[in-house]
Each structure stands twice: as structure tokens, then as C-alpha cells.
Design a protein around this ligand. Structure first.
Ligand code: ZN
Length: 307
């Protein structure tokens, strides 16, 4: 599917299997970036603006979907160049203005299981250009009228993070999502931090495809999709979440007691996934979800049993 006016994009392959799309939306009155990719994409963002004939003065906002390093990586340098405002959900505001906190909360929420190493630090922080506060807090319902009929309205899609936005563009009936549906087939676990949030988001996307009569869907890590392709992806996401849950329950059933570490290591082995930090937070989210649904019970600071 082609990306046409009022959308322009910069694209980079993060790895052989993971693309990263960043979208520029051009209105008659002003233009916005939806996310800014990683800092290495700065030249590509500038070239995209030039080919779209969007001047520095025309660029009024960066609208961050969420605060991960591959979505806010050029925030400070694009702000410096254009004097635009940075708009993002408030929940992770400190991830924008305090990279040490960003690093610890993102990559080391379980410091015992993930030591502070130069490699981990560089993986988490190298994609980011410089600390810069969020200028404007946005949430579901926030709306930007770019002029000439081009209008963006925000919808909330938690799951991958505790706060994430996607956008609906009215004139083209386009849904623009970032990581609301995570990478499902990658060698690493892309990650989700609330299981119930992710399940609700999957249903909400399906519902919005109908309610808004969506004609096309853009995402950060997938090629543009038709609504039917998107419905196939949401079904795959349901299966994916259920598959992780099934493994956590199976491992818990096979052992008298289980810890986060055991569930995580067994999960990686059984799903043949890379050992890295995102999957640890994901398994922790599933444990919390199962405890809340009274399928698992915490018996001391580290151990859980199946009920
Ligand atoms: Zn993300």
C-alpha cells in the first residue's frame, strides 16, 4: 500500500527483520511529525521534510505516540531546528527529561536479573539525541486541525507501554498506530507492560476499524496495511498473548513454586526467544495479570504458586 499525501515518511531497518516508519503529516496550515525515530534518522527526517516541502516554520508539533527510544530519538534536534512543540502523553514525561531514570525503568526494572553494563546502557540510550521536556501533554481526544481538512484525533492504546496514543486522520480515514500491536514474530519479545491493557487495545482497534470506517492503517514496525490485514494482525495478537499466558501457566503447573526468573527463562527456552530485558517485563506483566485474576498466588517476596 502506497503512502500518499498528506502523509510522508522516513523509514529505517532497525534490524533485518524490524522496520521503523516515522510519519510526517502535512496540512494546509501546519505540519506535524508523529514520532521522531532514533537519533541516527535525523538526516532522513530533514530530507523527508524537504521533499514534502514542509519548512522549519511549517512544523509546529512532534506528536509522540509513546516514550520509547526509537520514537523520541530526534525530539531535541528536530525541536532545535524547527522550534516546534513536543507533545506526548504525561505518564512517561521523566523518560524525556531524565535519561538515567529512563534507562533504569526501561532496561533494569529488575536490577538483580539485569546488571548495569556499558552495552545495556548503550543499547537503551544511544538511540536518543538529548534530554528535552514534553512541552504539551496530550491524551485520548486531543485533536490537531492541520488545515485543509487534515485533522488528527488521538486514541489511547495502552498495553505495549502503560500509556500510548494512536491517531485517526479524518480526510483519508487513516489509523496511525505505533506499537499498539507489538512485533509478534521477532527473535526478541517486543514487550507489553499490561496484559489486560493489551487485550483491551486489541479489541478497541478492531472496533475502531468499523466505527471510523478506516481505509488504511500505518504502524511503526509493520508495512502499511488494509483494514482486513489489520484484522488478521489483531487476531494474531490475541493468539500471541494467549500463547505467552499458556506457557506461564504450564510452567507454574509443572513446578511446586515458581519465580519471575524461572518463568522468564523457561518462557524464552520454550518460545525460542532472545534473552533480553523486554521479555522480563513482559513475563512480570503476565504474572501480575494472573495474580489479579486469582490464577496465581504470591506466597513470599519471590515465589508464586498456581491456584
Ligand atoms: Zn515501543
Amino acid at each position: 500500500m502506497e503512502i500518499k499525501h498528506p502523509f510522508y515518511n522516513a523509514k529505517l531497518m532497525l534490524t533485518e527483520e524490524i522496520p521503523l516508519y516515522v510519519f510526517l503529516v502535512k496540512g494546509q496550515d501546519y505540519s506535524v511529525w508523529i514520532d521522531t525515530g532514533i537519533q541516527g534518522m535525523f538526516d532522513a527526517l530533514v530530507e523527508t521534510m524537504e521533499s514534502a516541502e514542509v519548512s522549519d516554520d511549517d512544523l509546529k508539533f512532534i506528536l509522540n505516540t509513546h516514550s520509547h527510544h526509537d520514537h523520541i530519538g530526534c525530539n531535541a534536534s528536530i525541536k532545535d531546528k524547527t522550534n516546534c512543540f513536543i507533545a506526548a502523553p504525561a505518564h512517561y514525561a521523566h523518560w524525556h527529561s531524565d535519561f538515567e531514570a529512563h534507562y533504569n525503568e526501561f532496561a533494569r526494572p529488575f536490577p538483580d536479573l539485569f546488571p548495569d553494563t556499558p552495552e545495556l546502557r548503550s543499547e537503551a540510550l544511544d538511540p536518543l539525541d538529548a534530554e528535552h521536556k514534553i512541552d504539551v501533554y496530550i491524551d485520548e481526544g486531543s485533536s490537531f486541525d492541520l488545515g485543509g481538512g487534515v485533522k488528527l484525533t488521538a486514541y489511547s492504546f495502552p498495553g505495549h507501554m502503560l500509556a500510548e496514543l494512536g491517531w485517526f486522520e479524518e480526510s483519508t480515514q487513516t489509523l496511525i498506530l505505533a506499537d499498539a500491536i507489538t512485533g509478534l514474530d521477532w527473535g526478541l519479545i517486543h514487550g507489553h507492560l499490561t496484559v489486560s491493557g493489551y487485550r483491551d487495545t486489541v479489541e478497541k482497534i478492531d472496533h475502531l476499524l468499523d466505527e471510523l470506517n478506516v481505509k488504511q492503517v500505518f504502524m511503526a514496525h509493520y508495512d502499511p496495511m488494509t483494514p482486513n490485514e489489520m484484522r488478521e494482525l489483531t487476531q494474531k495478537a490475541r493468539d500471541y498473548i494467549n500463547g505467552i499466558e499458556r506457557t506461564v501457566i504450564t510452567v507454574a503447573a509443572e513446578n511446586e513454586t515458581v519465580t519471575l526468573q524461572l518463568l522468564w527463562e523457561e518462557f524464552l527456552k520454550r518460545h525460542n526467544k532472545l534473552t533480553e530485558f523486554r521479555s522480563l517485563s513482559t513475563i512480570d506483566a503476565h504474572i501480575k495479570d494472573l495474580v489479579e485474576r486469582k490464577l496465581l498466588k504470591q506466597i513470599d517476596s519471590k515465589n508464586y504458586i498456581l491456584i
